[in-house]
Write a protein that binds this ligand. Structure first.
Ligand SMILES: [Fe+2]
Length: 266
């Protein structure tokens, strides 16, 4: 378990995740950060730089050049050890599992040894303080990198994850997570569980703009990212990534909802 403490961050902090090999979205995020005068040292990626879309290696190179903080997602953990699957936690023979065979193989074919080494050195926890609040960053949950914490999950489920994280990194006010691709800001007692959503795929709600968050002195707010959807779509077509996630970029809906709790099916 590798932990990094960034100390105290001042000014706005931008948190994003789920680039999913969508280089066009990553470029738009970098441009957006520049337009907001937020420097890479105040920007944190919650992992899964590589997944469904066309530009796995290019996305790794772009985020490394950019120089923001990056947490290891399950995709980075799996690629780092040259594993045979994405480790997303999909059930065997489920649609997500079957679809993952194509995009994971595509990503694996692109990723270089240098990228694998970079992935193997990414932290599993990032800690920082901002505006007198202490934050802990995880990919899925504290119990498992591929734990899905959904907006419909019970307070008890979420508090269990926060308790577990606090045994590792001491008391925190807010958890920042990724992995689900669904934005979420949840207050429980005096704690918060926040998921930035993903920039690389829409959040299965029919909106093609994707999601990130800004932590300011006054609030934590969900933000929308516009990017060149058509170019990202065409790049997936050109690399035969046409099993369903390419359409998601244009429709805003996932190819399968089976990973979601039934209450969240649309
Ligand atoms: Fe993930």
């Amino acid at each position: 378990m590798k932990k990094i403490d960034l100390g105290v961050l001042s000014g706005d902090v931008l948190v994003f995740g789920g680039v999913y090999s969508n280089l066009h979205a990553l470029d738009a995020l970098i441009d957006k950060a520049a337009s907001m005068n937020i420097l890479p040292e105040n920007i944190i990626c919650t992992g899964d730089v590589v997944a469904y879309c066309a530009y796995a290696q290019d996305s790794v190179e772009r985020i490394r050049d950019f120089g923001c903080h990056v947490l290891a997602g399950n995709c980075e953990n799996q690629l780092a050890v040259d594993a045979e699957d994405c480790g997303c936690g999909f059930e065997l023979d489920s649609t997500c599992s079957l679809l993952s065979k194509t995009w994971y193989a595509h990503a694996k074919s692109q990723i270089t040894e240098s990228s694998r080494i970079w992935m193997s050195n990414l932290p599993d926890r990032i800690i920082f303080s901002h505006n007198n609040l202490r934050f802990g960053v995880v990919h899925g949950g504290a119990s498992d990198v591929s734990k899905f914490i959904w907006p419909v999950d019970s307070d008890k489920t979420i508090l269990n994850e926060i308790d577990l994280l606090e045994t590792e990194i001491n008391s925190i006010d807010c958890v920042l997570a990724g992995h689900t691709g669904i934005p979420m800001i949840r207050d429980i007692n005096d704690k918060k569980w926040v998921n930035s959503g993903a920039i690389g795929l829409p959040a299965n709600n029919g909106e093609i703009d994707t999601n990130f968050i800004i932590i300011s002195e006054k609030s934590i707010i969900n933000m929308k990212l516009e990017y060149d959807v058509n170019s990202a779509f065409q790049a997936m077509q050109a690399t035969s990534l046409i099993q369903g996630y390419h359409s998601t970029l244009r429709t805003g809906y996932w190819p399968s909802e089976e990973i979601l709790p039934k209450e969240m099916w649309v």
